[in-house]
Design a binder for this molecule. Structure first.
Ligand code: SF4
Length: 491
């Protein structure tokens, strides 16, 4: 039998043990929560998942609730093995602790060695997601008919950008999870830690909405494949006030706690396609998110190095304002942004387009410090882990890496939000107006952003046209002055 396996809170599925009876070590470190503010729902989920796993393993696990990981390691004694942890800091920690053997990471479709081999074959060419994804599909044999992609196409993105249907989607609610005594104790502990000042919690409490055990995670996966996967594709970029979920899977917290393996989820989706239960465009869109985007981001986190988090190519130096940091949705008039902040406050969740084109877009337009923005996303989302947020925010959302990850910044005006959502009809602002009382802060912010960075983007093939449009704006100076005056006030 293998030695004792140290399981971090994002390594809780059965695939992190070599055999079902392997002795385990689980550590609940209060110090890990004291470093930065954290959304109450995220803290609840982490603690509940860890404690549920400890209860499941019973005598097989040594469960140490203590101040720091160093104290826990000393208390555990003996030799330990650990699957490579998911952050730079945790890898440094396990490397310096005595008697800990570090194994390759698990929980991803493409490991670091496979990614390095793929990147090596690319030579000096860009590490494009599309190329990585096709390589992964082939290597993992997902949605393949022999050497060809199922249905003869790799990419259904073009079919998957529809606006929300009028009247919304009529889908069954995602499964609810019953809380137990472990959840109730977590709630009591968080209350006590908050009162004592040991942790600083953001957001609102409420019934637990995401899985904390393998059994719950499998229930969530089956419910998604049955109820939402068939409609996942076409409206995956749509936003609807009053429906934060649409056809999204809500599986990222379970995946990021290691309760589900991405390849098993991809196979479950493929089985639904092969059985005629879900259309290929939806299944391909979901598979792309898992063994494409998720694994790509995971590997870029390591590939770019620990200093990547400090990139600030656009020299964005403004601090994240208090109303945003504190999720004060009521102080915001802009309906899309107010709704997004309220969703995050209530659920610790918003789907990827709300993150990218509302929350991240607003921060990018205003020149907020990308490292602070990264920490805000990390703290306030139930699926927030360092490896997820650093590339997604620094590279994808804030363009702080100067284009290593995305060839153009994800900045957009009110026209995009109006096309992809139902927010604008009831907003005090008008998406087409850039100046005056009714000026949409996203539209005005878009032009002000371009004005600030026109020299940088004039030579970018994908941005040259917007920059030329900017030069034709008769009221360019007034729009820029208006945005300067708005400053860090809530829009
Ligand atoms: Fe958002 Fe502008 Fe639309 Fe209002 S008008 S909801 S601020 S995009």
């Amino acid at each position: 039998m293998s030695g004792r396996r140290w399981l971090f809170a994002d390594q809780l599925g059965p695939h992190f043990l070599d055999d079902p009876g392997q002795p385990a070590l689980l550590v609940e470190s209060r110090a890990a929560f004291a470093r930065r503010p954290v959304h109450r729902r995220r803290a609840h989920l982490v603690l509940s998942a860890l404690r549920h796993r400890a209860a499941e393993l019973g005598d097989q696990a040594l469960f140490i609730q203590t101040g720091t990981y160093e104290q826990a390691r000393a208390e555990a004694g003996g030799d330990l093995t650990v699957c490579a942890p998911t952050t730079w800091a945790a890898r440094r920690l396990v490397a310096r602790l005595p008697g800990v053997t570090v194994l390759p990471a698990r929980g991803f479709g493409t490991g670091e060695e496979e990614f390095a081999a793929w990147a090596g074959r690319r030579g000096k060419r860009r590490l494009l997601l599309e190329d990585f994804y096709r390589d992964a599909r082939t290597r993992l044999d997902v949605l393949m008919d022999g050497a060809e992609p199922a249905g003869g196409r790799w990419n259904f993105d073009g079919d998957n950008r529809e606006p929300p249907p009028s009247g919304g989607l009529t889908l069954p609610a995602p499964p609810a999870f019953e809380e137990d005594e472990i959840d109730r104790q977590v709630r009591r502990d968080l209350d006590a830690w908050q009162r004592s000042g040991d942790v600083r919690l953001t957001g609102e409490d409420g019934p637990r909405e995401f899985p904390v055990t393998r059994a719950e995670a499998l229930t969530a996966l089956r419910a998604f494949v049955r109820d939402r996967l068939p409609g996942f594709g076409p409206q995956q970029d749509a936003m609807l006030a009053g429906d934060p979920v649409l056809a999204h899977s809500l599986l990222s917290p379970a995946l990021n706690h290691g309760l589900l393996d991405p390849v098993e989820c991809a196979h479950a989706a493929e089985d639904a396609y092969r059985a005629g239960h879900a259309p290929l465009a939806s299944v391909e869109g979901f598979v792309r998110q898992l063994i494409g985007w998720r694994d790509y981001v995971w590997n870029l986190y390591w590939h770019f190095g620990d200093e990547y988090r400090d990139r600030n190519a656009l020299r964005a130096r403004h601090p994240v304002p208090r109303w945003f940091a504190e999720l004060e949705a009521e102080s915001v008039t802009a309906r899309c942004l107010s709704d997004a902040l309220a969703q995050v406050r209530a659920h610790g969740y918003a789907h990827h387009i709300i993150r990218l084109m509302v929350l991240g877009n607003y921060a990018l337009q205003r020149g907020w410090d990308p490292r602070e923005v990264t920490e805000w996303f990390h703290a306030n989302f139930v699926d927030g882990y360092d490896w997820v947020m650093v590339p997604n925010v620094i590279g994808m959302s804030q363009h702080a890496d100067g284009g290593l990850m995305a060839t153009k910044p994800y900045v957009g005006g009110g026209a995009y939000i109006n096309r992809m959502s139902d927010y604008c009809a009831d907003c005090a602002y008008r998406p087409t107006v850039r100046l005056g009382e009714q000026a949409c802060p996203f539209t005005a912010g878009y032009w002000a952003f371009l004005d600030r960075h026109s020299a940088r983007f004039a030579g970018n093939a994908r941005m040259a046209r917007p920059v030329r449009n900017l030069e034709r704006l008769a009221d360019r100076g007034q729009v820029v002055a208006q945005e300067k005056e708005r400053g860090s006030d809530p829009p």
